[in-house]
Design a protein around this ligand. Structure first.
Ligand code: SF4
Length: 349
């Protein structure tokens, strides 16, 4: 980076607040890890995007997807907005990147956090529009700043220099073209960390195919297995269960089961699923965990999350205007175990 670019980058980083997530995960179970090894990087792991960059494939895929923003169909809303001309789609994104923060994050699963954090980039806006979103200021109220593709590449390299174990892109769907093009610029400058695609799960299979060989770890929600609940709490997302099941199947095909490395305790590749238990079983958690057990490998990594907290517009829906009870949570864990899932993470409640 020349001096001028470096000054600009440092200004950008300084103006982006580090987010301290309120919902720190309290995870128990799973493989034990040796703290002395956690700061190590597995020396023989090379992310697939490095080879794709060398062949020009990464840039080509990014450019194809960038063109699709002229009538955007990157997410299941298919709103066909011309983002290149500056219009904002249903997700509120236009053609330029907007980013809320880039910082090491210690609130993710411990197999991503290790000792030096997960290098998290929070993108502004989101297509799912959940009424209970804990990050609603970023996802639905536009908190963030316009950044260039070069800026995003600089951020990735900054997080790597900081010692983070991975690059964790949060709510990436509407910015996939920019992410691929930023990786294309960062690889020749030495980027080599696993890429974590941190998503709501509401992803089109045919767009995910552009990420085959690019993403190392899919960290995906499976929020609802009830179309009416999906439509109610994520307005317009009636297709969520059907689309997400297809997406999870594709993610599993691409990266397989996530297992922590015995030496470092870190996950470098694989599918990690999160399910947030909601009050009154509105999300149909029973169906969510049974579907995973019946359609994906039994040792699929599943984090059953207990930290649901009514936020944002949740108080307009009396049935979800409270936290969950211990018995609601335990009931889901029991169903998951009885369904045969063996790689569960559960939390204190
Ligand atoms: S990513 Fe945004 S602009 Fe594109 S189809 Fe989805 S909602 Fe519309």
């Amino acid at each position: 980076m020349n001096k001028q670019n470096r000054r600009r980058f440092l200004r950008n980083i300084a103006s982006i607040p580090a987010i301290v997530m309120a919902n720190k995960l309290l995870i128990r179970g799973g493989q034990s890890s040796n703290a002395n090894h956690l700061s190590m990087t597995k020396s023989n792991y090379e992310p697939g995007y490095i080879q794709l960059q060398k062949t020009g494939e990464l840039k080509a895929r990014g450019e194809i997807l960038h063109e699709r923003m002229r009538s955007c169909d990157l997410c299941p809303r298919d709103c066909e907005t011309n983002r290149i001309r500056g219009r904002r789609g249903d997700c509120n994104a236009h053609g330029h990147l907007e980013i809320s923060s880039a910082s090491p994050h210690y609130g993710e699963e411990r197999e991503l956090v290790g000792s030096r954090g997960s290098g998290t980039v929070f993108f502004t806006n989101c297509a799912l529009l959940c009424v209970f979103c804990i990050n609603y200021e970023i996802s639905q109220q536009g908190r963030g700043q316009r950044q260039s593709i070069d800026d995003l590449a600089d951020m990735m390299l900054f997080l790597q220099r900081h010692g983070c174990h991975n690059i964790n892109i949060v709510s990436p769907t509407h910015y996939i073209p920019h992410i691929l093009l930023a990786l294309d610029k960062a690889v020749p400058r030495g980027l080599h960390l696993p890429l974590v695609y941190n998503t709501s799960g509401w992803e089109k299979k045919e767009v995910l195919e552009f990420l085959d060989g690019v993403v190392d770890i899919y960290l995906s929600d499976f929020k609802y297995d009830d179309a009416e609940a999906a439509d109610k709490y994520s307005p317009g997302a009636y297709s969520y269960p059907e689309v997400t099941k297809e997406a999870l199947t594709e993610m599993n095909r691409q990266v397989g089961v996530a297992h922590a490395d015995e030496d470092t305790g870190l996950i470098y590749k694989g599918l990690m699923i999160r399910h947030l238990v909601m009050p009154e079983n509105v999300a149909r958690s029973d169906r969510v965990v049974r579907w995973i057990a019946q359609n994906l490998p039994k040792d699929t990594y599943v984090n059953i999350m207990s930290q649901y907290t009514p936020m944002f517009k949740a108080f307009d829906y009396p049935e979800i205007a409270r936290r969950i009870t211990r018995s609601e949570y335990r009931n889901v864990v029991t169903i998951a175990r009885n369904a045969g899932l063996t790689n569960l993470r559960q939390q204190m409640i």
